[in-house]
Design a protein around this ligand. Structure first.
Ligand code: AMP
Ligand code: GLY
Length: 424
């Protein structure tokens, strides 16, 4: 089987690592990939939304499956594009068509979906230009803090938690009236604030059957103790200690089953990953958001725990017989620590040489923002590397991961030394 992975981050590196261990894999390609993905397959210089270029590559390289990493090509319809072309419609694309991708692409769509199918989530109302005044009045009736969400994709920045009514009104006005997040905030979801502890649950589905993948928790803030600016993710752990069997049973019966059944009832085909962002509110799960892909850096701690052959599972997704595929998970704990460029998530410098990766003792080093220049590996992004270690306990994983993260060198390297420590 020849597989093409679409994407270039730590998530796609983890996919490449996992797929490359499969006896079913023949050739692996990653478009565009990074300096690390080339150790598992061949990088292809194509952008993730260049559907025509991807299609030509797929045809000329005898690709049997396309695995889509990020949300953008899914929301923009890469899967629909394949289905619409006679010459490539038989090639399975892992990731939903654009209609299913609306679960992530439109907060309003996903909230309506959850209410229609009885999936527990925060109370909400949506507003746009036509009823902005009503929206401002609605804010006055709500308790604080209150959550404002741009409906569309806003690069992870479209969610505001407002502590005061003045602030909420000002922001609603800015989002709808002054296009604070461009077109993404022409519709705004105003949502009740949920107080609890967050975690993520991942599901792989062929549209009929599903496997619940390992749960994970990510650490979004730049500073230790979860302080400072939001980032794309500074680390993750899997499993999540507080997501015990009782809690996960509630997640499956109240959220996962109704979601898969709801997609079927609504006639929305869905083959791919569903990433469910959850709030644990006093032991009860509520959905904060759906994503139609795997998380980054959650994938880097989730995939190393899956013992089964991921190519076989993805074949099950493509063929609609996922229920017949074997699926086992390691009881070990994975910790992922992200090494970032100094200054991130603000301005940072790129082009710093990365050395000493060979000194890492017992971790996998996934590349994210890296590239190769004149035989050297240099930084090429804010999030540079994701170091994952798998150990018998969370404590051991944290110790090993932190030590290994410290062994790698590049100028102005920064990483959090407290990933997961809040849960010990
Ligand atoms: P989202 O982009 O929907 O994942 O939201 C980004 C972050 O905002 C989440 O990871 C939560 O930390 C926070 N958040 C979103 N919705 C809520 C909510 N209803 N209550 C509390 N926090 C929320
Ligand atoms: N780690 C959060 C995300 O991938 O959206």
């Amino acid at each position: 089987m020849n597989i093409l992975i679409i994407g270039s981050g730590g998530r796609e590196s983890a996919f490449a690592y996992k797929l490359s261990s499969s006896p079913k894999l023949n050739k692996l390609f990653i478009a565009p990939g990074n300096a690390g993905t080339s150790q598992y397959g061949q990088n292809v210089d194509l952008q993730v939304t260049d559907f025509q270029g991807i299609a030509s590559f797929v045809l000329s390289n005898d690709i049997n499956m396309v695995l889509v990493g990020p949300e953008e090509p899914l929301v923009k319809g890469i899967h629909d594009y394949f289905l619409g072309r006679e010459d490539i419609k038989h090639i399975p694309v892992i990731g939903p068509q654009s209609e299913g991708a609306q679960l992530e692409g439109s907060k309003d769509f996903s909230k309506e979906f959850m209410f229609r199918h009885g999936v527990p989530t925060a109370a909400y109302r949506s507003f746009d230009k036509s009823n902005l005044t009503e929206g401002l009045q609605y804010l006055e009736t709500q308790s604080l803090p209150i959550v404002l969400k741009a409906d569309g994709l806003a690069g992870g920045k479209g969610v505001l938690i407002c502590e005061t009514l003045e602030d909420a009104k000002k922001e609603l006005q800015a989002m709808i009236g002054e296009a604070k997040f461009g077109k993404a905030s022409s519709v705004v979801v105003i949502e009740e604030f949920l107080k609890g502890i967050e975690l993520s649950v991942f599901v792989l589905t062929d549209g009929e059957n599903y496997k619940v993948l390992p749960s994970a928790k990510d650490y979004k803030r730049i500073g230790e103790g979860d302080t400072g600016l939001n980032t794309g993710g500074m680390g993750s752990i899997s499993p999540v200690p507080f997501a015990d069997e009782t809690f996960l049973e509630k997640v499956e019966s109240r959220i996962i089953k109704p979601t898969i059944d709801g997609l079927k009832q609504d006639g929305i085909p869905y083959k791919g990953f569903i990433f469910i962002g959850l709030m644990n509110v006093g032991g009860e799960p509520f959905v904060i958001e759906y994503n139609v892909r795997m998380g980054d850096p959650e994938t880097e701690s989730v995939l190393p725990r899956i013992e089964s052959d991921l190519v076989d599972l993805l074949e099950g997704v493509a063929n609609g017989d996922l229920d017949k595929r074997s699926y086992t998970v390691s009881p070990k704990t994975a910790v992922t620590i992200v090494l970032v460029s100094g200054g991130y998530p603000g301005a940072y410098q790129a082009g710093m040489e990365i050395t000493n990766m060979e000194n890492v003792e017992d971790s996998i080093v996934f590349h994210a923002g890296t590239k190769e220049v004149d035989g050297k590996i240099v930084t090429a992004g804010g999030r540079v590397l994701a170091v994952t270690t798998l150990q018998d306990s969370l404590f051991e994983a944290l110790q090993q991961g932190t030590a290994d993260a410290g062994r790698i060198f590049f100028e102005r390297k920064y990483f959090r030394k407290d990933i997961g420590f809040d849960l010990i």
